[in-house]
Design a binder for this molecule. Structure first.
Ligand SMILES: [Zn+2]
Length: 342
């Protein structure tokens, strides 16, 4: 019983209670994306005593993240730490009795099933549509509930999707929005908004884990103009939905792959280049190779290479490269070819 004392305020809350707390301690949650939403979600779930929290993210901490990504600080940015590593360090100090796992990776069709299977709930901390469709495919293929959330500017939304029970994300949004649309790169995002959406996602996750009824609405809020909109999506099934009706998981199917091997990240002037074939960087070897061409800084997770004043490149062990300070994909590709080869 002593081990539950730290959760006393949650035990007093009747819909959770001791029984619910024990369920939480035996639960496994995976969070995709450890930006503004992901940090809020991970913080709440780890403090609440969810027994196993896996965090997946592809990016590293930068100063411009600190305005809203509440688990990180200036030291993390100065050390060029991957977000999940910085989050893991902090969260282990918060609650050392639960398992917190950091996975440095870009979620894609080649690894999504493996990284998301075996969890009780998948939580969306991503900043892009294509990853959400991928999560939706995996969730409905494997029968795992998932909690969606999104935030841009002062507007956010969240919803819960449960295979066999609710419509899926694709029932509501059949087509991937074309173009990039509004992102926090173009219209910004407010920190109180990501706090609120991440908190709602966290509470829906806790409800799923203890077996309480989920919120049946797609909830939308605008925190600047203080407005909100609720839409009950219980009857929103699309009878022709490829995902949850026809079980065609197109976002997991390489032959129908629509994604390019590039992704523009939410974080100004940054392009990620994914290796066409699975690759691994030997960072020590790469450091030697690049040391005469610019400044090289390396830690055990990644290597940052600065060839000139305006551009820097970050190499991850799994073969991905982030090119910061470029105008577009063409320019990013040029730097990639120049220093990595094509
Ligand atoms: Zn569907």
């Amino acid at each position: 019983m002593e081990s539950l004392n730290r959760y006393s305020r949650q035990l007093l809350f009747k819909p959770i209670g001791e029984e619910g707390q024990r369920k939480l301690l035996n639960s496994k949650v995976v969070i995709v994306g450890m930006g503004a939403l992901g940090t809020v979600i991970a913080n709440h779930l780890v403090r609440s005593g969810v027994g196993y929290v896996r965090m997946i993210d592809r990016d590293l901490v930068e100063l411009s993240n600190l305005q809203r990504q509440s688990l990180y600080d200036e030291e993390d940015a100065a050390e060029n730490l991957p977000k999940v590593i910085a989050a893991e360090r902090k969260l282990k100090k918060v609650n050392s009795t639960v398992k917190v796992e950091a996975v440095i990776a870009d979620l894609h069709l080649g690894n999504a099933e493996e990284l998301l299977s075996g969890f009780d709930v998948i939580v969306d901390g991503t900043d892009n549509f294509s990853t959400r469709y991928l999560i939706n495919d995996v969730a409905f293929k494997l029968g795992i509930p998932w909690v969606h959330g999104g935030a841009v500017s002062s507007r956010g939304m969240y919803a819960v999707f449960i295979p066999g029970k609710t419509p899926c994300y694709r029932c509501l949004f059949p087509q991937v929005p074309s173009g990039l649309g509004e992102t926090c790169d173009t219209v910004g995002v407010l920190s109180p908004l990501t706090d609120i959406i991440g908190s709602f996602e966290s509470v829906e996750t806790l409800k799923l884990l203890v077996g309480a009824d989920h919120n049946p609405n797609l909830e939308q809020v605008d925190i600047w103009f203080a407005s909100s909109l609720q839409m009950d999506i219980s009857d929103g099934h699309n009878p022709e939905c490829p995902t949850c009706v026809h079980q065609q998981f197109e976002f997991l199917d390489r032959s129908s792959e629509v994604q390019t091997s590039y992704a523009i990240l939410c974080g100004r002037d940054t392009v990620q280049i994914n290796p066409k074939h699975l690759a691994q960087f030997d960072l020590a070897q790469l450091a030697k190779q690049l040391k005469d061409a610019g400044t090289v800084k390396k830690n055990s997770f990644l290597l940052r290479f600065t060839p000139n004043d305006s551009v820097s490149m970050v190499f991850f062990k799994d073969g991905r490269v982030l090119v910061h300070g470029v105008e577009d994909i063409v320019e990013a590709r040029k730097y990639y070819s120049q220093y990595v080869g094509s």
